[in-house]
Design a binder for this molecule. Structure first.
Ligand SMILES: [Cu+2]
Length: 271
């Protein structure tokens, strides 16, 4: 028993250490790192799971009861009854009520997630076959984000999840994500933030998240998009405000989308 408890505890200890990415033998969701995801996890754990378990136990009980009580030896002359109005009304009404009980909090979360608060930072994620491109429209930054091949992985970099250039955002700030695609349907999904939106060519979808903890979070393209669908992961590094500003000043040089107009003008003038 002690050994079992130990294994049980280590399982939870390790899963919290690597909580922002999938782990071997994982059950349930990745650990929440935003309010939205916390709502979703609570909804699942505290409302849906008890309902599911209660229904499963009830149906199992009915089956076992019917098997024993109405077995051929105990019940040689079976009833010929085909209708029972009361039972039929009940087994229609009760499931309806259960669905309503689930629908109300579900819609609440959906609408809360749908309303984008005033954004501190806006980023644009563009799906390509088969990698992501990220743009910071207000900062003149644009870069591509490719998965790192298994043979090139460094220590601690998770296989099929680590990328060369990750999205960097500050902690505790509302990040608005505009999502689109260049070729086919993709989907930008990050389980820890409770975020998943389709990337549709010619259309911009919007979502948002506010990461509450510094760390690295992994997601994957979640819309079948072709042969390398499984190899276009999403990596988001959540950093402190100071680290973000530092990254920003480097990125503005490294990933400059277009030459600053003023510089260009000066260049032309000097010719
Ligand atoms: Cu894709």
């Amino acid at each position: 028993m002690k050994k079992f408890l130990y294994i049980f505890l280590t399982f939870f200890a390790t899963s919290s250490a690597f909580a922002n990415q999938p782990v071997d033998w994982q059950l349930g969701f990745q650990k929440a790192a935003s309010e939205t995801m916390r709502d979703i996890v609570n909804f699942h754990d505290k409302l849906l799971l008890p309902i599911i378990i209660a229904i499963s136990v009830f149906v199992l009980f009915l089956m076992v009861y019917a098997c024993i009580r109405f077995r051929a030896s105990a019940n040689p002359v079976p009833s010929k009854r085909t209708h029972n109005v009361a039972v039929e009304v009940l087994w229609t009404l009760i499931p309806c009520l259960i669905l309503i009980v689930m629908a109300v909090p579900s819609f609440k979360i959906l609408y809360k997630q749908d309303a984008i608060p005033k954004a501190d930072i806006t980023v644009k994620a563009i799906g390509y076959q088969w990698y992501w491109g990220y743009e910071y429209p207000d900062e003149n930054i644009f870069f591509d984000s490719y998965m790192i091949e298994t043979k090139d992985l460094k220590e601690n970099e998770p296989r099929l999840l680590a990328v060369d250039n990750e999205l960097v955002v500050p902690v505790n700030k509302v990040v608005k994500v505009m999502i689109t695609a260049n070729d086919v349907l993709h989907a930008w999904a990050l389980p820890s933030f409770g975020v998943k939106r389709d990337a549709v060519p010619g259309r911009i979808n919007e979502t948002w998240f506010k990461a509450e903890k510094v760390g690295t979070y992994y997601g994957q393209c979640s819309e079948l998009c072709g042969i390398k669908h499984a190899f276009m992961p999403i990596e988001v590094r959540v950093v402190t405000e100071e680290e973000y500003q530092e990254w920003l000043s480097d990125a503005k040089v490294k990933f400059a989308k277009e030459v600053n107009e003023e510089d260009q003008f000066k260049k032309l003038a000097s010719k």
